[in-house]
Ligand binder design. Structure first.
Ligand code: ZN
Length: 366
């Protein structure tokens, strides 16, 4: 902290906080507030039944000692000036002198005309500030549980973070996972013990996020112009109610179609098509290229020219490399070689060999 911003001396504390009875003649308004709100007790031997008394002494350590000047003790706590100047305020027939004054700030008391305890808290220990507003007609009642909840601890790090106005929340664009499945292969959820007929009778049998895409595309022109992964930017899928609805706010989300390895041939090629075909309304629609419904998704991929340059396989390796170990990605490459799906394996190798071998150097060093 900049030295100018610290309160390094007792003089500085005295300017802000006082623990003495003011002069009745020159500052009557403050004097009256102190009388009303800022005198602790009386307690101690004179009033052993005071609520602050615990095991024969005041739990708030009143009466304090007289001190001629304000100082700061070894732990960094302030010891306020409480001169023995003969001033006192009579409460319940007891003469309370400066030793019974709760530390206060004149400005705050005059402004709010209420009990406002002030503490100088520039030491390294933990401090807690409490404010308690209550109706003056309602007697104060001690609620320790509430007191506990009211105590809000702000650490030094958090305080600095907030003072310097650094962002508190990192907000990132929502990524919506998009599921898909082959025809008739969507997951069905049922409870243990349900009969086959019960399961077949479920209303949700024909519902899935992916099937809802077809329905949306059938009736919404805007959706038909979008790829599946672009749908979440304009529409929201409510998985509970099984409905898709238009985004009302300007909130934005990115869609990510679930990953499928090339070993699951049909699903893998279906996923490739979903990244190219806009607005599909059925499974056959996805397989249709130039008016021809192809037998498999793979054939449709070829018809669209998506597999000629092995680009999808290269992308597949890159994507897997992002998520899995180099060993896994190598196995994937070997499987591609063995299944003879690559038209130019050496090009795939040249594009991906650094990913396929990234752990080799490290392993050799070990
Ligand atoms: Zn007390």
């Amino acid at each position: 902290m900049d030295p100018k911003c610290k309160f390094p001396t007792a003089d500085e504390i005295d300017k802000l906080i006082c623990a003495e009875i003011p002069d009745k003649e020159t500052d009557l308004e403050l004097y009256n507030i102190i009388t009303e709100c800022m005198i602790h007790g009386p307690c101690g031997a004179a009033y052993p039944s005071s609520p602050c008394m615990e095991e024969g002494s005041c739990s708030k350590f009143y009466p304090k000692q007289n001190f001629k000047t304000t100082s700061i003790d070894k732990e960094g706590y302030p010891v306020y000036r409480r001169r023995n100047d003969g001033r006192f305020i009579e409460k319940n027939g007891f003469k309370c002198d400066n030793r019974y004054v709760v530390p206060y700030n004149r400005f705050l008391l005059i402004k709010y005309h209420a009990q406002i305890n002030v503490e100088w808290c520039n030491q390294t220990g933990t401090q807690e500030g409490q404010m308690n507003l209550q109706n003056e007609n309602t007697p104060a009642s001690k609620d320790e549980i509430q007191d506990y909840f009211d105590g809000r601890y702000v650490s030094v790090c958090e305080a600095m973070w907030r003072i310097l106005a650094y962002p508190i929340h990192y907000r990132q664009t929502a990524v919506v996972p998009l599921t898909f499945h082959q025809e008739g292969k969507h997951p069905i959820y049922f409870r243990e013990g349900e009969s086959t007929q019960d399961v077949m009778d479920h209303d949700t049998l024909d519902e899935s996020q992916f099937l809802a895409l077809f329905e949306l595309n059938k009736c919404n022109e805007e959706a038909r112009n979008l790829l599946y992964e672009e749908i979440p930017s304009k529409f929201i899928w409510d998985g509970k109610e099984k409905v898709v609805f238009r985004r009302k706010t300007r909130a934005f989300a990115i869609g990510r179609i679930n990953y499928v390895p090339p070993t699951i041939d049909d699903a893998y090629h279906l996923r490739i098509l979903l990244n190219s075909v806009r607005g599909p309304t059925s499974f056959d629609h996805i397989k249709t290229v130039n008016g021809v419904i192809h037998k498999s998704y793979r054939e449709a991929c070829y018809a669209l020219g998506l597999l000629d340059d092995d680009k999808e396989y290269i992308e597949g390796i890159k994507e897997a490399h992002f998520m899995f170990s180099a060993k896994f990605v190598r196995k994937m490459f070997v499987r591609m070689l063995l299944s003879a799906v690559l038209s130019a394996p050496h090009i795939v190798w040249e594009e991906t060999w650094t990913m396929l071998s990234e752990d080799k150097l490290r392993r050799k060093r070990e």
